[in-house]
Design a protein around this ligand. Structure first.
Ligand SMILES: [Zn+2]
Length: 262
């Protein structure tokens, strides 16, 4: 058993819960938390949705599952009556980008890292949850992609999309609202449960730790952090997560060295 295998097992339970949600089409309640004059976060079923609304219109970060698009639109309509111009995907997973098709058909321009588009085009097996994601229709595909970074100048904010290499997946983009001092990390940081690395999508545990280090070096004590899942937190929350990841990695490496089985 490799260390990567062991870490995969640690993430299995949480990912199985995610997979179960694909089948579930229960009622979902979307709640909203306002973080600044222009930035809010929507909590519903699975991936947290960032919303920027202001004089230039609305753009959102992630969109959960296709089944919840109507509820998500209704929640956004309580913030702004403007159309949703852009939809940013933090990565390709179905609990974050599952509504791309709906938003794309409605005219939102989808933006993501190059590898997100590649994976959405082909689909693929995510073995840790035993889900084989089919190729997506044209309307679900990112139209604007980036390799290292991209900056949007909207709603009085400078919004940087930054690639975190081989972390949760190989296409992770964190969204850094410089003016609002708020960052949406996608699943490179999930607040309150064990880290998830999806090796079938090019993710790695080392990459998650280095992404946390990169983000910690960018932010300050006032920064608000929207994690991929879980409640909004600050720098101390991400530091605790980084420390937990390092401790977990050391612990499992020690267990493996002592000859323990998977
Ligand atoms: Zn994910």
């Amino acid at each position: 058993m490799t260390l990567a295998d062991a870490l995969r097992v640690c993430t299995l339970a949480a990912l199985v819960i995610v997979a179960g949600q694909v089948q579930a089409q229960e009622e979902v309640e979307i709640t909203t938390q306002r973080l600044s004059d222009t930035v809010s976060v929507l909590f519903g079923r699975r991936g947290n949705i960032g919303v920027s609304a202001g004089p230039d219109g609305v753009f959102i970060i992630d969109n959960q599952f296709a089944e919840y698009t109507d509820e998500i639109r209704a929640a956004i309509a309580t913030i702004s009556d403007q159309p949703i111009r852009y939809e940013i995907n933090t990565h390709w997973h179905f609990d974050h980008a599952g509504g791309n098709d709906n938003f794309g058909k409605a005219g939102s321009v989808i933006i993501a890292h190059d590898n997100v588009r590649k994976r959405i085009v082909t689909g693929g097996l995510i073995r840790v949850v035993d889900v084989d994601v089919p190729p997506a229709p044209r309307e679900a595909l990112p139209v604007i992609t980036f390799s290292k970074s991209l900056t949007l100048h909207l709603n009085g904010d400078e919004v940087q999309l930054l690639h975190m290499d081989a972390a949760h997946t190989d296409g992770d983009g964190v969204v850094w609202f410089r003016g609002s001092n708020t960052i949406h990390t996608g699943d490179v940081f999930i607040n309150g449960i064990y880290p998830l690395a999806d090796p079938d999508s090019g993710g790695s545990f080392d990459g998650i730790i280095s992404a946390a280090e990169t983000i910690l070096a960018m932010i300050d004590d006032e920064t608000q952090i929207i994690p991929g899942h879980g409640p909004v937190t600050g720098k101390a929350g991400l530091q605790a997560y980084r420390d937990m990841c390092i401790a977990l990695q050391k612990k499992i490496a020690g267990m493996k060295k002592s000859g323990m089985s998977l």
